[in-house]
Design a protein around this ligand. Sequence first.
Ligand code: FMN
Length: 149
Amino acid sequence: MKIHFLYGSQSGTAEILCDHMMDSLSDGFDGEVSSLDEVDPTDLDGDTFYVLVSATFGSGQVPDSAQSFLETLEERKPDLSCIRFAIFGLGDRSFGETFNNGSKLLMTQMLACNAQMVGERGLHDASSEELPQNVARPWLKGIVDQLSA
Ligand SMILES: Cc1cc2nc3c(=O)[nH]c(=O)nc-3n(C[C@H](O)[C@H](O)[C@H](O)COP(=O)(O)O)c2cc1C
């Protein structure tokens, strides 16, 4: 199975995290990593599983590199009913109400386009002691276990 990791990042953490997650895939999974600004939502492929990883910036917005992807979902509302995805958010609880809002915006719009979400949204808090990969790897394992079941 192909797993395509799509990151929205302002300062690089989400991209590094996607590389960590891809390295953790077992044999039998074919991984790829791209920035969200390299992908058009209307070109998503039903034979691929997508893992979206997005930071939050500004006042609860997606990073610049995720903006066009999000806008295309909002404005063109492509039919994504044959697309399966999971989503992991990078944020910081010290921002209060906007904690991880970027990944929430992306998740909401993917679901509004009828994409099928596997598992729960994973969340990392940059103000915690935990490294992102130590939260994301077990989260991804749970997702992959569901895909393999
Ligand atoms: C200027 C700025 C604004 C931020 N705004 C938010 C926010 O509103 N909500 C949140 O949860 N995290 C916020 N963050 C935290 C980042 O999302 C978090 O540090 C993330 O790990 C960065 O990932 P990246 O390196 O891939 O961009 C902000 C960080 C910065 C520097």
